[in-house]
Design a protein around this ligand. Sequence first.
Ligand SMILES: [Zn+2]
Ligand SMILES: [Zn+2]
Length: 754
Amino acid sequence: MDEISEQSNYNKEIEELFNEDVDIIPEEMQTSVINEMKTPNINIPIFREKVLEYIKKITNSIECTIEQKKIILLKSEKILNKHISRARRSEITISKHANPLTHATVIIYATSKSNKKMPNITIEKMSELMGISKSVISATYKKWYENFTHRLNYSFKDAKLGRSRKILSLYFFELFNNAKIDLQRLIKHLEKIDISKITLCLSEIFVDAEKRLTQKENHLVEQLMEREIKKYKDMGENYSDTFIKYFNDLANIIKLLVISNKSHKIIGANFSVTDFVRFFMSKGINIFLTEGSLFNVIRDIFSFFRDTKYSDLFPAQIKSKKKLIREVRTDNELVTVVGSRIKLYILKHIYNGRYLDDNRGIAICPDCKNEGLTLNISSPRIRAKEFHHEDSKLEGYSADDLFELFVSDRGNPYFLVDLIKKIEDESVVLKCGCHHRIIEAIHFTNFKKIISWENIPFPYKDIFDLPAEIIHILIRVCVNSLPSPLLKPLAKGKPRVREFDLEERRKFVKAFVIYFLKKRYIIDSIYGGVCATCGEFNTKDHLPSFEFNHLYEILKLTPEEKEGYIRIRKKANKIIQDFSCSEAVIELEAQIGGYVCRNCHRVIHKKISKVNEIFDDPNIIRKILADKENTIRIYKQSLIRNTVLIKDPLKVEIRKHKALMNYLITLFEISEKTQDGVTRVELANEMGRATFNNISDIGRFFGRRKYILEKYVRIVAGKTQTSPIRYYMTDEGRRIVRLIYYFRDYYRNRTNIL
Ligand SMILES: [Zn+2]
Ligand SMILES: [Zn+2]
């Protein structure tokens, strides 16, 4: 605002003041201020003398220390002299009606306003002391003295710094902005900049006329209006605390804006001024404005930058609260894009880029890398990247979760670095979907030795080379030998198991081991033990990460068709649990689908419509599209069909594996001491159950299991009718018992989970 309009504003204020007080003291107003304004010509030196005289008298009557009185006198004289010299320069006219007493009173009042060390002299006190109306004091003060006495608090309202604030913002922006370096380095770079030094430098620019300006500083001053420079000079000279806070705050806001811009551009999110303002208000950064005014100021600064060459660095802005809420609740595509971009950024930067493969420009699963996988680390496969917590109770970090976290902290310019720090503090590690799944499958990990038939020093290539009865015996031995605390499912397991007693728990775990064996047998038979699509994950090491995908899920179907598929849909793991292998594959074939590893499964279902917005590198985008196309093509060629060849390696004719195991072991133990074979009586005695019935039971038991036992036990009839039948262990029989002992000892000695 210019001088003339300020003046007319002032006159308006005076008028209002008069209107307000018109009923109280109309006459007094008439004679003092109004006349004073209208009628010229006064003897200036006499007026000065009179005022000074009154000042001395009044000061004497004010209750304060001698020191304070001295200051009042000194300051008052200064103010009076300024007033007089303005009149001498004809800048103002002192009316001959001007009342020296009123002026003296007002000047003393003015001294107290400009100095913190003064006694508290209010208009009320002066009015009471001197018998002059409050309105007259106030009006006289405003009319003649306010402009060149200093208030305690700088008046931003009068200073009107809005326009200059934008220019200063641009000046700061150019000091702080660095488009070339990445976010973390930018933050470090800005941390090193001492804002108080910048403020000090600005105070020199405005206050110190002698200061030699740099080119940038010169440019800044040139853009400011003379009036604005004056205002800042005044602020710097007389309100240095205000000056410091004002410029520190403004510089900090622009610094935070630079950081915030960069983070928002990285994650492709819209900028919410409301949240941004709330963030630095909470830090006490406010350039002396209320939250509402700051909101307007920041919004203006934002639009101002839109017209500069930096407009590309500014993210899109959400204009209203309503739009913000709508965006969060309904814009699923935006959630996917922003969430995925946050995830990508974290994957690359967490633990100083531990997972980033520089050559490929993507984050990769360290387990995949260690195992020498290639396809699974050549494309980002971002949906198949997971954050693993030791403590599963902590929140997850899926793309959707990450978007939620962003929304709850979107005003914070350090959101991304804070989030990375939080995740690092939780010791979260990156795993691909497959490797993550394996960590969680504790029964598989516990019993991998038997399920995957891993390094077994016996001449059986696979567990399926053994009769079903022996397989069940081995499962039983393994599960029963494992120290019971290790059987307890960890936090990740099914909690309902905890309520069961040990026997129930073992039964449950045995069922798991059987499930895994059947699943492996089926996938080995159909797919040769590897993921059909990537060919990299195998059943031996990664069995839990194999997942069944229904074909209909990726077909374009009418709702009715889809409904039809959903009606017959069954879960593959349920099918395997409920049926024998040969029955299960027929069921699986009817479901129309096939097994793939979890990573490929995620790729099959990945939506690619937004891939251009999530990834910036066209090479990587090409890879993602090719990966998806290949994976789906191979998947479609690998559906489960022609399943007639699948057998039932776990199907037994007679149960009671415990009895069979006990007979075999007892027979083995006795045979170790004798060459002559074992009689039924000896066997029954050894087992502590030598009754007539039991002895004939033994005969029946062996007779009914001839099909399996003849491999392990040779039965020799007595030479005479009275001489007993003798049982001899074959070499294979001895080997099987040693195999049982091998697993028993292996699991007994487990003290921790690998
Ligand atoms: Zn992996
Ligand atoms: Zn795969």
